[in-house]
Design a binder for this molecule. Sequence first.
Ligand code: CP
Ligand code: NVA
Length: 296
Amino acid sequence: MKGMDFLSAADINSQQAELLLDSAMRLKADRHGCQALAGRVLAMIFEKPSLRTRVSFETGMVQLGGHAIYLSPNDISLGKRESVGDVAGNLSRMVDGIMARVFEHEKVVGLAAGADVPVINGLSDLEHPCQALADFQTIAEHKGLANRPTLVFVGDGNNVCHSLMLLARTFDVPMRVACPVGFEPDPALRAACPAVEIINDPVAAVTGADVVYTDVWASMGQEESAAHRKQVFASFQVNEALMAHAKPDAIFMHCLPAHRGDEVTDAVIDGPGSVVLDEAENRLHAQKALLVALMG
Ligand code: CP
Ligand code: NVA
């Protein structure tokens, strides 16, 4: 995978995905034991806020013997102060990899087109592939992927949902999406993942689930429609009543940040089945595996 970009969860085949998860598990077992990126530098471009993505990439680079540079929205103004292509060309002369969190997915595609070094999508409006990779590590740890646990995503057919759909296809894990009418996943993603069932009834979707996953109803950049979405999504809240339809040992997942009391209740996110902090931790291990594979 050396030199590859990771813009979409579809960029890796099943063999590469399994190798990455194996590597992530090894790196998790000995988090200071690998110095494969000694002296390497990762530039991290952020057009949106972040807790987990910034801290996990920066910590991961340091643990691997390298360094990461945080570039805030004010530093670069991607495409405004300077074109996306010029930013990519300049960074390629100095650093060994670029991670970018952007609004339009085309910006990570443009960075990759203009860069000679690997480009990693740290979230775009279309996908969040690093999140999905860490999430499948978490599902593997708790349920075992060979058991083909049923993954049910409840809420908005958004960037996180899209990347989970693609990795569910890659790992051959059954997946259902429960969303209000009009908030289904992107048609191109639906066409790419025909095995993923789209259901507009949350109870029917969650029935028999091994994994129940949700995310915010209004993603970053959708703040203006948040009030409207709160009404539309009200019956899609993951609460104890909805979780009662899943298997008794079902786990609850959320990429975080969570809007407690909206898409999930305190009782569920703080309950015994919640693995949200495992997901957050696995961002570190899964991305270290990715960084070593692309830049090592
Ligand atoms: N889950 C996730 O990407 O978190 P941040 O937005 O805090 O990076
Ligand atoms: N769907 C959310 C994920 C945040 C990690 C967003 O894009 O804001």
